[in-house]
Ligand binder design. Sequence first.
Ligand code: PMP
Length: 377
Amino acid sequence: MGGQWRSLALCACVSIAGTYLVTKSLESKQKTSEIKNGVAELIGETPVIRLASLSDATGCEILGKMEMQNPGGSAKDRVALAIIEEAERKGLLRPNSGDMVFEGTSGSTGISIAILCKAKGYEAHIVLPDDTSQEKVELLTNLGAVVHKVRPAGIADSKHYVNYARTAAEAINKDDNDPRRAVFADQFENEANWTAHYEHTGPEIYRQAGGKIDAFVAGAGTGGTISGVAHYLKERLPNLKVVLADPPGSGLYNRVKFGVMFDTREREGTRRRHQVDTLVEGIGINRVTRNFEAGRALVDDAIRVDDAEAVKMAKYIVEHEGLFIGSSSGVNLVAAYKYAKQLGPGHTIVTIICDSGSRHLSKFWRLARDVKPDLDF
Ligand code: PMP
């Protein structure tokens, strides 16, 4: 009898210990899968926020895809990752080899390339016009990028910073004495840009909005976001409207409305020093690019938004939502708000919150000081 009890007690102990060990190992597995394996795994799956103030004012659901929550602070992380991974697949870049990535940009893409190059063992070379703000140059330098400054020139000029980046990468590849490889990221023409948004941003938005979306509103710099998201959403929602939000001086508004790339501010003799005449950074362009053209036929409408409107919206959003947004997000939200008014109550409109206001303190946010935040657009 005593022997039977002893065996029973032993069995119970073994089974409790077994259960304990299995539970512990499951817990540790779950913990491991919650850990992101480096910066690249922090990219994407950004949340969508319902902007209560704009939604209540219009009777629509106005939703913002929080691309500013990517590790590099913008949607460009997705694009830089896609471009680098494609180059790796083709053997044009070898991880941890000191191979080089070149890009001509004064914007968010430079930041995304810089952080991914550090994470993957490459050297980032960012080419900029020499009048780019010191703040931006310092940010890139602190992220470990090599910054090349060139004289401002037109895009047709071989010394334009984008052409300079291409030529510099080609020179490394042609040099038989240099074992490193170099890639020109080419965000305007490289189709890995819009396809990254087709493969990730679009599906995320569709899933997060529960498949119920009436309109997608976005500005275009390269056009990668609007083209990629438009392709994905329209394949599933044929009645969805895609609306371009365009800042002053950009030719895209007329490209969408009338099929011609022209802005009256671009008339001969009136052309300004900068590509587009606005404080808004990251969107608006005056040349035809492959990434915008990839989705142009899917863009149904365009709304112009001026700087004062974008500033007023940004101030309104920080006052009512506690969300500190950058200039292109301000443009997107003005266009989303105007389009919601046009559609009437009961519709869902998704737009992009591109980056944080902290990147726009010295120009855009300085204008906001004396602005009264209201929805009088
Ligand atoms: N907003 C910001 C802040 C950007 O940097 C960019 C990219 N230039 C955009 C919007 C527009 O994105 P896309 O290039 O995909 O058109």
